[in-house]
Design a protein around this ligand. Structure first.
Ligand SMILES: *[C@@H]1O[C@H](CO)[C@@H](O)[C@H](O)[C@H]1NC(C)=O
Ligand SMILES: *[C@@H]1O[C@H](CO)[C@@H](O)[C@H](O)[C@H]1NC(C)=O
Ligand SMILES: *[C@@H]1O[C@H](CO)[C@@H](O)[C@H](O)[C@H]1NC(C)=O
Ligand SMILES: *[C@@H]1O[C@H](CO)[C@@H](O)[C@H](O)[C@H]1NC(C)=O
Length: 852
């Protein structure tokens, strides 16, 4: 018998009309209309080692000293049939970017272990599409660039059968100059990416997984990342803005240009200038030699600046500087270039932590990988925005981009929403973590990767520090200091305004790497590793009395949403093990009492206690905000992690409320766990825990008080560990400083009776990427979620849209993500719906399930 079939209607609205093209510069999306093929064995005899000498020069703008010369002769690959216009690719898959070829599965891909997520990310991928260039663009000697925001990995690009260049590191953004190879009319763009097995510790994704752009601009133009704005002095009365504009002249004659830059407030929703000009930099005139780059510096004062700062105590105000280049004396702009920025002051204080615009702000951050759950690594603005909004609802104000440069749009969002970002670039240096990871090319690429990363990101007010490494094995030896110093000095030379840090899990105070970083970033060891060390905050603080310390990675608590395992440890943190220690190795699930962690980790409670005992610590970046694909510690046969505060489908674990109680301590909230539907536990001890910012709480079990508790110092939850389960209800009444604060209830629910469907947003845009996240809950006849329901749900749609993927947050669910059938897990399932590009009207989504 099917459960009641509910439906929900999504209204489609048209995308906002694009802004009129900015005078003198076109930035055209190349996301649509590709043909793609993946090969599990090498189809073309090319490899990074055969291409390397031709690819190294692509980094010339980001190395100091001798340029890398392109070898003479015909580049490798120019005769491969995939790069020829004549090749018939009609049998290849039609795809749009951003594209992650591995996410559709199936799981258990040969050669890919649990760490990398068991999805088929390895192999060679070829992408091809036509790019039409108007004769005018060629005759007007424009520069034509290809900007790739990220492609996994070892990208090499051919235009019209000519190798243009490439970039190996899959997480960095890069530009290639197509000008020498472009022609009027149809051009054939062919892109090869190549992913080795054992190339990553987590799910890397595969293919061109971020946006790709074609830039057409006068051959004399603002260079790539060609503006840099800093704020040397900031007060409430005024701020000095210092601007560097780098003009690149690709003409074969010198040119004189006038540079005009005006500053406006930025409307962060429309990303457009708002209101009148509020400051104008002095006009500059520079002569740029043929084939050269020339910087022009100037500064201006902004009166009564609106600061950028993290909510809720501050506002993330933004500005835009619009730079226009004119051929000297001529009235028409050659190039117009926008730089979004913010005005804020930051102090990194060894005792008080972070001061933003003079106000102490605790770092309440999470670390996150780049994948977006069932959407994989294919970047999607709405999916990322939904994550940030949930983190903000929890009270989080900071992000660590563990362990690689993020999509550029993520930083735009962080600017707009007011997240502070620890922007991180590398997971390894010279020493490998996996056989084919970045260590293979670290020597050649560390400098260009680091310089391009910082130049890309340094105008974002959200970025508050650079991390040049994560848990590198060099940290405990002398090479940690020598390599760390090289990277630190490169970072400082690109951006002297921000500190440089490394996330260290086994350095000690006084080790060479700890000596040279600007912020002591401690992973776990500050609080103490598991139950084995006592915590290194005091020794670091003593050795570096003038350096700020934060937990660049904390907790690593493990849990499965809605799963509770008995008995419950009486301690406030425990290493996960078998049933008596929060684990279920057979079902591969971890108890959501939120007290369990791997050997190096700690419960949130223990981390809070250690941070509070060492009040000089600036805060923490919790591992992790969201569950992610791969690294399924402690059960390697699963598909995805247990670390998330929120599961991979975006459903909140109980832990969400533990962090909310600490990070939004002004928010009246109380949250009871576990659920209260335990037919098999009648008469058994079933601990009840409550997360709340209150300091007193009284629990009522079927109306009878189980006692009123007061939190002691370093207690972060209320726990009634001796409650005997009987069906009925739980009710907690909490008090803060004597006054009633918040109430929560949990009750025993009945059998699955129907499905309940809801959407995060019922109006979505038909821009080809906007999404609605549809939740189906299996509910009883009263409409309450059945906490352990696992009914198989089948989703369907009608109208101009499609279900992109489904999930349920179960780390062991090996059903491929595009499947329209998905078992509910702990009562819930998710479907992600996208409207067809250009569509209008209505999409109807429905769900059906059989009674179990
Ligand atoms: C500059 O380029 C133009 C157009 O390609 C060409 O006609 C001219 O000879 C070049 N001048 C020099 C000095 O190379
Ligand atoms: C321009 O500013 C940059 C970055 O602040 C600096 O490195 C450079 O020395 C300045 N140039 C001049 C001429 O002041
Ligand atoms: C727990 O319950 C048992 C039996 O009901 C009782 O003997 C014991 O004292 C209780 N322990 C606590 C800590 O309340
Ligand atoms: C049921 O769906 C409605 C919206 O359709 C939503 O407001 C409500 O929270 C859902 N209930 C459950 C138990 O998920």
């Amino acid at each position: 018998m099917p459960l009641f079939i509910p439906t929900i209607a999504l209204i489609i609205k048209s995308p906002r009309a694009d802004a009129a093209a900015v005078v003198g510069r076109e930035r055209i999306s190349l996301n649509a209309g590709w043909r793609f093929s993946r090969f599990t064995s090498n189809p073309d005899s090319l490899s990074y080692s055969t291409l390397k000498q031709w690819i190294l020069p692509s980094a010339n703008d980001f190395i100091k000293g001798a340029e890398r010369q392109r070898p003479s002769g015909t580049p490798p690959g120019n005769s491969v049939n995939y790069v020829q216009a004549s090749f018939d690719d009609s049998a290849w898959e039609a795809v749009n970017l951003p594209h992650d070829w591995a996410i559709k599965g199936p799981f258990n891909a040969p050669g890919i272990g649990g760490g990398m997520g068991r999805l088929p990310s390895n192999g060679v991928g070829w992408y091809r599409r036509k790019v039409t260039i108007a004769p005018d663009d060629i005759e007007a000697t424009k520069s034509i660039f290809l900007d790739i925001d990220g492609a996994m990995s070892y990208t090499a690009v051919w235009l019209n059968g000519n190798l243009v260049g490439g970039w190996p590191y899959g997480y960095n953004s890069f530009r290639l100059d197509l000008t020498p190879y472009a022609k009027a009319g149809d051009n054939l763009l062919a892109i090869r990416v190549d992913n080795a097995l054992d190339s990553s510790r987590w799910y890397p994704g595969a293919g061109i997984y971020r946006n790709v752009w074609l830039i057409k601009v006068d051959s004399t133009h603002v260079g790539q990342y060609g503006t840099y704005i800093t704020t040397p002095t900031v007060s409430t009365q005024s701020a000095t803005l210092s601007l560097v504009v780098e003009v690149e002249n690709q003409k074969n004659t010198s040119r004189q240009v006038d540079i005009v830059t005006e500053v406006y407030e930025l409307d962060s929703m429309t990303r457009k200038a708002r209101g009148d000009v509020i400051a104008t930099f002095p006009r500059g005139t520079i002569k740029v030699a043929a084939g050269a780059k020339q910087a022009f510096n100037s500064s201006v004062t902004v009166m009564n600046p609106l600061f950028w700062g993290p909510p809720p105590t501050q506002k993330p105000n933004l500005y835009v500087a619009i730079t226009t280049l004119y051929a000297s004396g001529a009235p028409t702009a050659m190039d117009t270039y926008e730089t979004h920025f913010g005005i804020r002051s930051i102090t990194y204080d060894a005792n008080k932590g972070l001061l933003i615009n003079g106000q102490a702000v605790r770092v309440q951050g999470t670390c996150n990988h780049h994948d977006l759950g069932s959407l994989g690594s294919a970047f999607n603005v709405r999916a990322a925005e939904r994550q940030l909004q949930m983190l903000q609802e929890m009270g989080s104000n900071a992000l660590r981009t563990s362990h690689n440069p993020p999509a550029p749009e993520l930083l735009d969002m962080a600017d707009r929403l007011g997240f502070m970002v620890l922007d991180e670039i590398f997971d390894c240096w010279n020493n490998q973590k996996t056989k084919n990871d970045f260590h293979l090319i670290f020597t050649d690429w560390r400098e260009p990767d680091l310089r391009s990363f910082i130049r890309r990101d340094r105008n974002h007010p959200s970025v508050i520090a650079w991390s040049v490494g994560n848990e590198v094995s060099e940290q405990s030896g002398a090479s940690g200091g020598t390599t760390g110093q090289v990277l630190r000095d490169i970072a400082r030379s690109e951006d002297p305004t921000r500190p440089v840090t490394v996330a260290m899990n086994s350095a000690s105070a006084g080790s060479s790497l700890a000596d040279i970083v600007d912020i002591e970033g401690l992973n776990y060891q500050g609080e103490g590793l598991g139950t084995s060390t006592s915590g290194s905050f005091p020794s670091f603080h003593k050795t570096y009395p003038n350096k700020m310390i934060w937990s660049s990675e904390s907790s690593s608590a493990l849990s499965t949403r809605g799963t509770y395992i008995f008995p419950v440890t009486s301690g406030n943190s425990a290493t996960v093990g078998g049933a008596s220690a929060g684990g279920n190795p057979t079902a591969m699930q971890v108890s959501a009492y939120e007290l369990y962690a791997p050997s190096w980790g700690s419960s949130p409670d223990k981390v809070f206690g250690q941070q509070d005992r060492n009040s000089f610590v600036a805060g923490e970046f919790v591992w992790t905000g969201f569950d992610y694909i791969g690294e399924p510690t402690p059960y390697d046969s699963a598909r995805s992690s247990y670390f998330g505060i929120i599961d991979m489908a975006g459903f909140k674990k109980d832990r969400f409320y533990l962090y909310q109680s600490r990070w939004r301590s002004e928010f009246p909230m109380a949250h009871i766990l576990p659920h209260w539907t335990w037919p098999e536990r009648v008469g058994q001890v079933t601990p009840v825990h409550v997360f709340s910012a209150a300091n007193e709480a009284e629990l009522f079990v079927n109306g009878k008080s189980a006692g009123r508790l007061k939190k002691a110092q370093y207690d972060y939850r209320f726990r009634w560990d001796n409650v005997t389960y009987q069906p009925g209800d739980l009710r907690v009444v909490t008090y803060k400083n004597g006054a009633q604060w918040a109430v929560d209830t949990k009750k025993t629910v009945g059998d699955a009776a129907k499905l309940n469907i809801s959407a995060d947003r019922t109006t979505i845009t038909s821009d080809g990427s906007d999404l609605s996240f549809i939740t189906v809950a299996v509910v009883d006849s009263n409409g309450d979620t059945v906490p352990r329901a696992s009914n198989a749900i089948t989703f369907s749609t009608s109208g101009p849209g499609q279900i992109v993927s489904t999930d349920n947050g179960d780390p062991t669910d090996m059903t491929a993500f595009p499947s329209l059938s998905r078992k509910a897990f702990s009562g819930l399932a998710l479907a992600i719906v996208r409207a067809n590009a250009g569509a209008s009207g209505k999409i109807t989504v429905s769900a059906t399930a059989d009674v179990n």
